[in-house]
Design a protein around this ligand. Structure first.
Ligand SMILES: C[S@@+](CC[C@H](N)C(=O)[O-])C[C@H]1O[C@@H](n2cnc3c(N)ncnc32)[C@H](O)[C@@H]1O
Ligand code: SF4
Length: 485
């Protein structure tokens, strides 16, 4: 481990096991810090962010890029993401590309197409004579638990034709707690699912009413009884801060209730109010949203509550994991990875998506599949991968991404690692970037020395801002457009 790595380990451990350097004082009592936390801009789960990817990527481009990547990296650890876009009921806050339907025939037609895409993928692997090394599978959406047992079984059987499910490090599934019971959970476990994720969002009954997602605490508590917990290696909760009707007090209570159920992982995400992107979000009364100035404090309180009262370790930008969980262990070992879902254990570095809207990331390539379900079906039935967008990074931009992901996942950037990987002199190449980062050094958020950059405890709240300084594509009003490094 690097010297910086050891420092980071020490810092992480002290941060996670003590009340923290500021005691009861809050970072976001300071107005300048509030402003910085609230600055708009990407979270860099990919680089460049999705909006920069170009329309026009094709099935042939995808096949050629994936073939070349797998032939050069036959052991590359892969993450298989499957997207099931259907839900039983609309949550007004939801920005995902979903369809509300309880029509079993319609959902069955989709499942048939998804299974056909999995078959097409199997045929592609046969053609290139490879069985890739899938390490993790994630069933996401939408709501995978909205499939009935037979539909889910058929999908997992098709997955099994390309993945050795018993050898996976992780097989996760997103679940809507309102629509499942104990028998369903047992069934999921019997199919090989070993981690589950609940979209909890908030436990306050009044907030739940305002987002059209009523799922009482007792419902979630009852589902997670000892027997059900024993079926899975881990449970994840998604929490959202910034929802209508939330106050710092109600959100602290949601975090306390989360601590009482002790899921192995928590993702604490800022609510994005985007009525222009999803019309149904207009159902939310914008006047009931908490003031933007309150948001950083809500996140800080939540992070402190999870760490100091719940015993969680903070991983990456917005994930928290119990020390015995694989994600926390990966964090201590400097192995955390970044994918579209956020922080990962780093055991599956490259993503292949199946289903509409999915994103794919391997080597220097990004691809995205179509959103529209009719188009999705037509392309898959024509034996095409339903790609419509792509982006391929040049080597310097792969290096920039490496810098960003290192800061996010390890809270450090070791210059010599980047120099040896890309054959560059870090200071000569990124001189102007380092110059701009001094601003954050002066504020005590990062430390820069001759070996690298280290993010301080307070600096963890702003990691995406340091990443932005490495971004070569971003155009924004703050004149951050970087033409050279
Ligand atoms: C697509 S949902 C799938 C989870 C599952 N369907 C459920 O609701 O239980 C995944 C997560 O996206 C997050 N999400 C949805 N809308 C969001 C928004 N407007 N801003 C931020 N995160 C959002 C929520 O935390 C949600 O749990
Ligand atoms: S939050 Fe989950 S259940 Fe609600 S609409 Fe979005 S994907 Fe569906």
């Amino acid at each position: 481990m690097s010297v910086l790595g050891e420092n980071i380990l020490e810092a992480t451990m002290s941060l996670d096991s003590s009340p923290g350097s500021r005691g009861s004082q809050h970072l976001f009592d300071d107005g300048q810090m509030v402003q910085l936390f609230n600055e708009p801009g990407p979270y860099y789960s990919s680089y460049p962010s999705l909006s920069e990817w170009r329309e026009g990527g094709t099935d042939q481009d995808y096949r050629a890029a994936l073939r070349e990547f797998l032939q050069e990296n036959s052991d590359a650890p892969l993450f298989l993401y499957l997207h099931i876009p259907y839900c039983a009921k609309l949550c007004w806050y939801c920005f995902c590309n979903i369809h509300i339907s309880n029509n079993r025939e319609r959902i069955q037609a989709f499942v048939n197409t998804l299974n056909l895409e999995l078959e097409n993928l199997e045929r592609f692997f046969d053609q290139i004579g490879m069985r890739p090394n899938f390490r993790e599978v994630h069933l996401g959406g939408g709501t995978p638990s909205h499939l009935d047992h037979a539909q889910l079984k058929s999908v997992i059987e098709r997955v099994r034709s390309i993945v050795d499910v018993e050898q996976l490090a992780e097989f996760a599934m997103e679940i809507d707690p309102r629509t499942v019971d104990h028998a369903d959970m047992e069934y999921y476990a019997s199919l090989g699912v070993n981690r589950i994720s609940f979209g909890v969002q908030d436990f306050d009954p009044s907030v739940q009413g305002k987002i059209n997602r009523v799922q009482p605490f007792e419902m979630v508590e009852n589902l997670l009884d000892t027997k059900t917990r024993s079926l899975f290696a881990g449970v994840n909760f998604d929490l959202l801060f910034g929802l209508p009707g939330q106050t710092p007090e109600t959100f602290r209570r949601t975090v306390e209730l989360t601590n009482s159920l002790a899921p192995e992982r928590v993702a604490m995400i800022r609510y994005a109010h985007v009525p222009d992107v999803r019309k149904h979000i207009r159902m939310i009364d914008a006047s009931e949203l908490p003031a933007p100035e309150l948001m950083p404090g809500m996140f800080e309180d939540g992070a402190r509550g999870l760490m100091h009262e719940g015993g969680y370790q903070w991983v990456g930008i917005d994930h928290f994991a119990k020390p015995q969980d694989a994600l926390a262990k990966a964090s201590l070992e400097g192995q955390v990875g970044r994918n579209f879902g956020g922080s990962s254990t780093g055991r599956a570095e490259y993503t292949i998506g199946v289903g509409p809207t999915t994103t794919h990331a391997f080597g220097p390539h990004y691809f995205q599949s179509v959103y529209d379900l009719k188009q999705y079906r037509a392309r898959v039935e024509a034996n095409e991968f339903p790609i419509f967008k792509s982006f391929t990074l040049d080597l310097m931009n792969v290096a920039r991404r490496d810098c960003m992901f290192s800061l996010q996942c390890r809270r450090e950037l070791v210059f010599s690692e980047i120099e040896s990987r890309y054959g560059i002199d870090f200071r000569a190449t990124f001189g102007p970037t380092l110059e701009r980062l001094k601003r954050y050094q002066d504020m005590g958020m990062i430390e820069i020395d001759q070996d690298g950059i280290r993010v301080t405890d307070d600096g963890r709240y702003f990691i995406r801002l340091y990443c932005r300084e490495f971004d070569d594509y971003l155009e924004n009003p703050l004149a951050y457009k970087i033409h050279g490094p």
